[in-house]
Design a protein around this ligand. Structure first.
Ligand code: SF4
Length: 82
C-alpha cells in the first residue's frame, strides 16, 4: 500500500488533501526513461523493466503522474484508491 507516499504535486490526478498520493501503486524512474516511454509503461510493468539509475533527485520523476482532468487517466491501469 502507498499510504506513506507524500506528494506535493497537486496538479496530479492521484493527489489528495494532506499531500497524499492516492494511486494504488506508482513507479519512479529516471528522467530519461520517463521522457522516452509512453504513459502505458507504468507501475503495472515494474517487474519487466530494467533499473534506471540516477545521480541526484533532480534526475528522477514519478512516471505515474497524470494531469488532473486528463483523458489519459486509464492509460496505465493504475487506480485511484478514493
Ligand atoms: S502519482 Fe506521483 S505525482 Fe501523482 S500524486 Fe502520486 S506520487 Fe504524486
Amino acid at each position: 500500500m502507498n499510504q506513506h507516499i507524500h506528494c506535493l504535486i497537486d496538479s496530479c490526478h492521484y493527489w489528495t488533501r494532506g499531500n497524499k498520493c492516492q494511486a494504488n501503486e506508482i513507479i519512479v524512474t529516471n528522467d530519461k526513461f520517463g521522457n522516452s516511454h509512453p504513459d502505458r509503461i507504468d507501475a503495472k510493468m515494474a517487474m519487466q523493466l530494467s533499473p534506471t539509475p540516477a545521480s541526484t533527485c533532480m534526475e528522477t520523476c514519478c512516471k505515474t503522474f497524470v494531469p488532473k482532468g486528463s483523458d489519459r487517466t486509464m492509460a496505465d491501469g493504475i487506480k485511484r484508491m478514493s
